[in-house]
Design a protein around this ligand. Structure first.
Ligand SMILES: N[C@@H](CCC(=O)N[C@@H](CS)C(=O)NCC(=O)O)C(=O)O
Length: 200
């Protein structure tokens, strides 16, 4: 398999963590690229020009991080990222994580293209309010949770999104405002799969 990625994409990091957790890293060649530079090979693999993209052993190209994660979950048996027994709650968390990632990413890209003045725009203001509501809800959902020894797709999406916030929007300082969430996040990100894929 091949994976098109870069080092700062939260979406690509989610897929790399799934690959590591599923023991599939040796089965994939990493194709580092710049999705903003219209990389020719990337555009062939994904006409949308976005990473991550997975090319399967059969040569099928898969885009969208969550869909790639679902595919990888079926390629290797251990450990499952999505279990029928708690599918609803895992997808609930995965959705919150993806929404948090999207809200943060939209803000970062708006700033990249239009400068920090864009923070006053209605779009960025809406995303900022969304981030605050998501953080509050996640803090209350994880407040009482004991730390699980296993990890699922929902945990990965949320922990990556929180890391991305700390990496790109540190002024939000969610760690100080939400200590319960920080405790949960610290447990998850101590895993080797997170340490080996840290944003740089
Ligand atoms: N919903 C997509 C988002 C992918 C995405 O936005 N990737 C960014 C990098 S973090 C990208 O490649 N952007 C290039 C562009 O939009 O042209 C996913 O989950 O994979």
């Amino acid at each position: 398999m091949e994976l098109y990625l870069n080092a700062t994409s939260p979406y690509a990091r989610l897929v790399r963590i799934v690959l590591l957790e599923k023991g599939l890293m040796d089965a994939v060649t990493l194709k580092w690229c710049d999705p903003w530079a219209d990389d020719v090979d990337l555009l062939k693999a994904n006409p949308a020009g976005r990473i991550p993209v997975l090319v399967t052993e059969e040569g099928t190209t898969l885009s969208e991080s969550m869909l790639i994660a679902v595919y990888l979950d079926s390629v290797s048996p251990n450990p499952p990222m999505l279990l029928a027994a708690n599918l609803g709650s895992v997808l609930h968390l995965a959705g919150l994580g993806q929404n948090l990632m999207d809200a943060a990413f939209t803000t970062v890209i708006a700033r990249k293209h239009y400068g920090n003045e864009i923070d006053d725009s209605e779009l960025v203001q809406r995303r900022s309010r969304a981030i605050q509501r998501l953080l509050k809800q996640l803090n209350s959902e994880f407040g009482e949770e004991p730390q699980a020894s296993t990890i699922n797709l929902g945990d990965i999406a949320i922990a990556v999104a929180l890391d991305y916030l700390a990496f790109r929007l540190p002024e939000m300082n969610w760690q100080e405002e939400y200590p319960q969430l920080l405790a949960w996040h610290s447990g998850v990100t101590a895993r080797a799969s997170f340490e080996q894929t840290a944003f740089a």
